[in-house]
Write a protein that binds this ligand. Structure first.
Ligand code: ATP
Ligand code: MG
Ligand code: MG
Ligand code: MG
Length: 439
């Protein structure tokens, strides 16, 4: 992409309404635009980040055996009356009437709709297990939308729903998502810790929130320090190996980690002092086993091996891609701007032409631009007339992992400068060595 032809509306001033750094940086870096309280347009740079996040989420959901579909944002109130949640959900639900006076709503989540789809087609235990997911906008009329994308009213969610014949099967489905989440967050470049979360009236211990530690997090969390350095399960993990998967989950749940609601002070205090981490956290994912909570009232039943009708055991598994984008910035930035983890950076390389119009510099930039493109490396070429200081500041602000700086002086010696955004390290290299380093 050439910056001269791109749409990157950088703000010079720090927006006053933004309380936390990720919100400020997203606005300044031209990633998002607020259209109403808690409702944002994703501008081109923001969309690139969210698309990269979605791709990683998809790959790991698919690897774990979940199947993608796409449900609508608008739902019928009648479905929610069947589960009993239409009245319970309260003011967070945006309720709408169509021209025929039919009651509709903008979905805050999709348990009812997926259960309706399931019961329409699935009849036999032989069709289980099944896990269906989508990545779709949700609307929750949050009392206090704030922090930009992190607590929006309209936001993206990946929500998966598993269906099993019994609790043992549901446990395996839960473990698949647990492991998929460990891999997903690690690939996103984030350290997300699975913490025991409240299961509400259903009980049991099958609910975990995946939490990123950050001082601006909205919840208070407590965990064992070793979680900060545990290696995620490998890409070769066999999701059909029940015992193997259970062993991974056991390993990741054996140490202390809990949100405020489930905090056990005595157990936490018993940890060695240097292993106690008490911090603020951002909930980026949440997985949940809820048994027959929806299948019983909504009659989602299958014929078991003996022909009897059995309500299926369900679980739901959410990740907020738009919140993840904000949380990634909270976890990784400096005074100058964002420092993207490579996997979700909007471009991998920022190529800075220090003197557009200089034929040698233009040619070197053009050449690097083409070669990076040919190698499949996303590159943003700053070919604008802005002064060098402004270009440097902009590249630091948008936080691309690598900068290649091409100017007449170093080019006369056959060199370009390569800067690593995270470490700040700079090297003078030949263009071909620079190419190798950044790709
Ligand atoms: P919170 O406790 O922050 O209100 P939640 O527990 O209500 O979140 P879930 O119903 O568990 O959220 O939804 C699954 C995921 O969707 C969350 O883990 C989070 O990543 C994302 N999410 C939820 N609410 C929002 C929101 N208002 N804005 C952005 N992402 C959200
Ligand atoms: Mg909520
Ligand atoms: Mg929550
Ligand atoms: Mg939650």
């Amino acid at each position: 992409m050439r910056l001269s032809r791109y749409f990157l509306p950088i703000l010079r001033e720090t927006p006053k309404e933004a309380e936390i750094v990720s919100h400020r940086l997203m606005l300044r870096a031209g990633m998002i635009r607020q259209e109403a309280a808690g409702i944002y347009a994703l501008l081109p740079l923001g969309l690139r980040v969210v698309n990269k996040i979605n791709t990683i989420i998809r790959e790991e959901q698919n690897r774990a055996g979940a199947i993608e579909l796409l449900m609508p944002t608008i739902q019928s109130a009648d479905l929610w009356r069947e589960s009993g949640r239409y009245d319970d959900y309260g003011k967070e639900m945006l309720r709408i009437k169509d021209r025929q006076e039919r009651e509709m709503l903008y979905g805050p989540t999709n348990e009812e709709m997926i259960t309706e789809i399931f019961r329409a087609y699935v009849r036999s235990y032989k069709d289980l297990p099944l896990n269906l997911y989508h990545i779709q906008w949700k609307f929750r009329d949050e009392i206090r939308p704030r922090f930009g994308l992190m607590r929006g009213r309209e936001f993206l969610m990946k929500d998966a729903y598993s269906f099993d014949l019994d609790q043992a099967g549901a446990q395996h489905s839960y473990n698949k998502m647990f492991v998929a989440y460990l891999r997903t967050f690690a690939r996103l470049g984030l350290t997300a810790i699975p913490m025991v979360a409240d299961t509400g009236p259903i009980g049991g211990n099958l609910s975990h929130e995946f939490i990123i530690l950050a001082s601006t997090g909205e919840s208070e969390v407590f965990c064992h320090r070793d979680y900060l350095s545990m290696a995620p399960p490998s890409a070769g993990t066999d999701f059909d190996d029940k015992a193997g998967l259970q062993a991974i989950v056991d390993q990741w749940t054996s140490l202390y980690a809990a949100t405020e609601e489930k905090h056990d002070k005595a157990a936490f205090d018993a940890l060695p002092a240097d292993k106690q981490v008490s911090a603020r956290g951002i909930e980026v994912g949440h997985i949940f086993y809820f048994g027959t909570k929806y299948s019983t009232p909504m009659k989602a039943v299958v014929a078991g091996p003996d022909g009897s009708l059995i309500p299926v055991h369900g679980g739901s598994y959410g990740i907020g891609p738009t919140r993840v984008a904000g949380a990634a910035i909270e976890a990784s930035h400096d005074e100058a701007g964002i420092i993207w983890p490579e996997a979700i950076a909007p471009f991998k390389v920022g190529l800075i032409n220090l003197k557009p119009g200089d034929s040698a510099v233009d040619a070197a930039c053009g050449d690097l631009y083409l070669q990076l493109g040919a190698k499949g490396v996303d590159v943003l070429l700053d070919d604008t007339d802005e002064r060098p200081g402004g270009k440097f500041a902009k590249m630091d602000l948008i936080g691309l992992p690598w900068q290649i700086i091409v100017g007449p002086k170093s080019l006369a010696e056959g060199k370009v400068e390569v800067k690593n955004r995270r470490t700040g390290e700079r090297q003078l290299l030949t263009p071909s060595d620079a190419l190798v380093l950044v790709s």
